[in-house]
Design a protein around this ligand. Sequence first.
Ligand SMILES: Cc1ncc(COP(=O)(O)O)c(C=O)c1O
Length: 848
Amino acid sequence: MSATGSGTGRTREDRTLGELVAGQLLRLCRESGLARTDAETYARLLTDSLGAVAERPLRLPPPSRTFLSDDSTPVEFSLSFTPDAPASVRVLLEPGCGTGSLRENGRAGLDAVRSMARRWGFATDRLDALEDLFLPPDPQGPLALWIALELRPGGVPKVKVYLNPAAAGPSRAAGTIREALDRLGHRRAFDALPPADAYPFFALDLGDWATPRVKIYATHRGLPLTAVGHLCRTENRPDSALLEEFLRTVGGFDGTTGSPSAAAVRFDRRPVLTCHSFTRTTGGPTGFTLHVPVRDYARDDEEALRRALTVLGRHGLDTGSLARSLTAVTPRSPRDGVGLIAYVALAHERGRPPRVTTYLSSEAYEVRSPNTSSNIPPTGGEATRSTSGARICMEPYRIKVVEPIALTTREQREAALERVHYNLFDLRAEEVTIDLLSDSGTGAISAAQLAAGMEGDESYAGSRSFYRFHETVTELTGYRHILPAHQGRAAERILFNTLLEPGGIVLANTHFDTTRANVELSGCQAHDIPCVEARDLDSERPFKGNIDLDRLRSTLEGPDGSRVRVVIMTITNNGGGGQPVSMENLKQTAEICRRHGVPMILDAARFAENAWLVTRHEEAYRGLTPRQVAEEAFRLADGCVMSAKKDGIVHIGGFIGLNDPELAEKCERLLIATEGFATYGGLAGRDLDMMATGLLEVTEPAYLAERADVASHLADRVRAAGVDILEPPGLHALYLNAGRLLPHIPPHHYPGHALACRLYLEGGIRSAELGSLYLGEEDEDGNPTKSAPYELVRLALPRRVYTRSHYDHVGRTLERIAKNAASVHGYRIFEQSPILRHFRAKLQPVTN
Ligand SMILES: Cc1ncc(COP(=O)(O)O)c(C=O)c1O
């Protein structure tokens, strides 16, 4: 929708960008009480700083696709309100918006700052010291340099410069900020900041400021209302209730005050931004600002205005001038669009009363139509919920590449089963319609991961890909030493061969099978000590993946205590039904391990899914994002082994993270000898890049919410079919209780395997038996000596691969099987290998 004329004779389209924004600024200055001469100086300064694009007629499209505003106007105004003073006017602009490349854009920005510095006699040394960091020779988007001017009486503005921390790539943003803060003398300042999804800006005050600031802006995607108190890191923190009240008002969640659903309210449209400012080189940040993109949470500007006025009134600030200022910018009615008020911000600075700022768009090119329920996504407050408590949403992606799946006949499947001696591992994948054998390495990569892979640096040593991977993993886990490995079991082999000596004991909430195999190959015993609730398949207790703390204590204090070399915490607990481990259990385990001088290592294959379930079910963590929980979990342990084929969403990849330098050095030696050099660990550069990107995507709340929802959708279908599952359903798999469905099949005829074969025969669905075929034992004559505690079938859910309609097919197939359960027959093994027999065993049906 095009902006309309202002009734001055010439149509708006005939005018230039410079004329429009200078006029808007003049009127805003007048409204704020600035002298006419000052206002004219500032209007000229604005058009001069824009350069040639100021002359551009408005009928032409925007000079570049700047993200400074939604319609790409390279100018934004703001009004800052403090008590007992008229609002002060500021203007943000992109001097390089008309240049052909981001690099030239940055150069033009620097020239503009330096010309202002010469004109008003201020130093740019702080900016000069950072030039190589933020304006590298081949900068990445989305911005290079913006300037903000605070317009004071006297014609000399205060100047702020905004730089892009992701100029060397998004994965380098945190490192760039850390280095920039260091160079400015704010050593270790970065560590004071809260976790964030991204860092869009690094800002510097230049010129005549009493206390010039360095400011770090961070985005917090999907921020829960109740988490805001955790984000502020200043010494004298504002009351969390005040911050929440501000978010509630501006986000339009007032109706949820005190209601049970208040905890569920999330800012899951455009993210909330925080800004921490540093004015001194010791003692942490002194300022904290919350920026809410009100335009994505309000129907129209009338609603946004009402909310801004409520906030102003609450803080005793001028409520008269904001509406007049809107009229100074545009003649359109606030009801006719949304985005004129882009952000509302609340700032707390040491020793000053709270300040409220409203950001106003110029709308030179476009007015955004009012939001309706059909053109914006629902917020957390409005969303309906599935039985799992996860938000019902939709796949947060669309499909770009498809792969046909096999649609086979029952006769073909019958023949295939016979050919492979009823071992589903031996089927060709093209004979399977829905493959739920594993969630490992079977996920769909995103376009961003593919693009990152294309950037892969295939140098033998020290590739850019390695450093991108290293930085991402270091930020996520906090471990001092990171070694890539081609997959989880390679990481396990290297760590255990280095750490373990024959005769030792390893304790775990439950060892995954390759973990157990690697422990045993190192000459040690692997003992599982899951919590007692884990034994009850039907219990809906939320943290059935926990370790049994009493048994952990008693083992460590008992006669075998000195043989315990390491405690493994598998998150989520795959061998224990994909159940999560609570943060409380992790904390207590870490504490017990520390007391006994035993390292605690995470098997972190599904760290993000564990973190998601923690945010849903552990009271103290409800307000945090999955990323925040994951960061904390990694930091509780001494290290980790990771199969990135799960929560790295890659087809191949893994790593070891360790704090102990000596252990890391020994592992590195073995890595180099058996996997590859320490900067690739058996992987290609593209694999490292795709893994780094996947590790960032996997903690996205929308992705995890959808994954939880799909799992609970399938769980509902399976229960409705009359098949019991291991409760509660996790995220990566459902475990069907085959023992209960097929009581007529004894353990040594493998009811789980029987169900898995029937699922394939009936519906072309491949699953994995986790029962007596996997865990049972027989003597030399084939007589059963040990059966599994439960006869289960795992339906693993590949990431981003199947939709609800595929899972509905699984539900319908199970329904048919359950109706005719008595007809399902067992199997007997006629050939097997001594270890991990389920992979290679050959079987035949047992028919009466
Ligand atoms: C919990 C857990 N740990 C370790 C592994 C081994 O990882 P990989 O298959 O990458 O060797 C797996 C694989 O399924 C797993 O689920």
